[in-house]
Unconditional design. Structure first.
Length: 259
């Protein structure tokens, strides 16, 4: 049973989220991951440290912040040089407020939902059955990507044109892999959650989501979208390769710093 509980847990997460997205509750579809996380955590008797509910070392938060800043920054620069940025109707006050709200809310919520579930419980559950971290990284990243499928394919407000769905799914797996390596290097899902929050804030506010245009006024998101575009996929893959090399060289750094 223990060796298959992770499959049941992931399938249940996908089914519940899909049902909520189909019923027009996509704004809340991540929240059921929290009670599911608690239930599975209890059933498997996994420790808090194994889940990754520790602070991690201070220096790892630098990596968490640098990643979205680099990718979004380069994407913005290339989009600007390509003359696809339109700032004429941008409300900067509203945009900066939305940016702050999304970053803070995503960090807070993802610790106990997306990051806590996929990089926390699932990661620890697969470690418990003896999988190595490379295999865990692959499976958890694919599961994270598939969990988003209903949000981008059903009528949720986040749904994408059909031709962009494969780009997003691959990109989500790559981004999930980056956060998975951060979780492994730091031992903390909080570090990954900080990166997740900054990423969502920058990507959604400035580049938009679904078919909605962001503050930068970029319509060609299939090319320039950091999460749904070809350029974003290329940049994320490049960052993932660089981080992979560091991960392989250093391995997991033990001993969370609590102050």
């Amino acid at each position: 049973m223990r060796r298959s509980i992770w499959i049941l847990g992931v399938l249940e997460a996908i089914v519940i989220t899909t049902a909520m997205d189909a019923c027009g509750l996509s704004a809340f579809s991540a929240l059921p991951l929290f009670p599911l996380l608690i239930l599975l955590w209890y059933l498997e008797r996994i420790s808090r440290a194994e889940i990754g509910f520790v602070l991690g070392h201070r220096r790892h938060y630098g990596l968490a912040v640098i990643y979205p800043l680099i990718i979004i920054g380069i994407t913005f620069l290339i989009a600007t040089l390509s003359r696809v940025v339109e700032l004429g109707e941008t409300n900067w006050g509203k945009s900066l407020l939305n940016l702050t709200l999304i970053i803070v809310s995503t960090i807070t919520v993802s610790i106990i939902t997306e990051e806590g579930f996929f990089r926390g419980w699932l990661w620890a559950s697969l470690q418990r059955i003896g999988w190595n971290e490379k295999r865990i990284l692959l499976v958890s990243s694919i599961a994270f990507s598939l969990w988003h499928l209903s949000a981008i394919s059903l009528d949720t407000g986040f749904d994408l044109p059909t031709k962009q769905i494969p780009i997003f799914l691959v990109n989500a797996a790559v981004i999930g892999g980056i956060w998975g390596m951060m979780r492994s290097i730091s031992g903390s899902v909080i570090v990954a959650s900080v990166s997740h929050g900054i990423w969502n804030g920058l990507a959604y506010v400035f580049f938009g989501f679904g078919t909605k245009v962001g503050a930068l006024g970029i319509n060609e998101t299939i090319i320039f979208g950091p999460e749904v575009g070809i350029l974003g996929l290329f940049l994320n893959l490049t960052f993932a390769i660089v981080l992979w090399r560091r991960w392989q060289e250093q391995g997991r750094e033990s001993g969370p710093e609590v102050a």
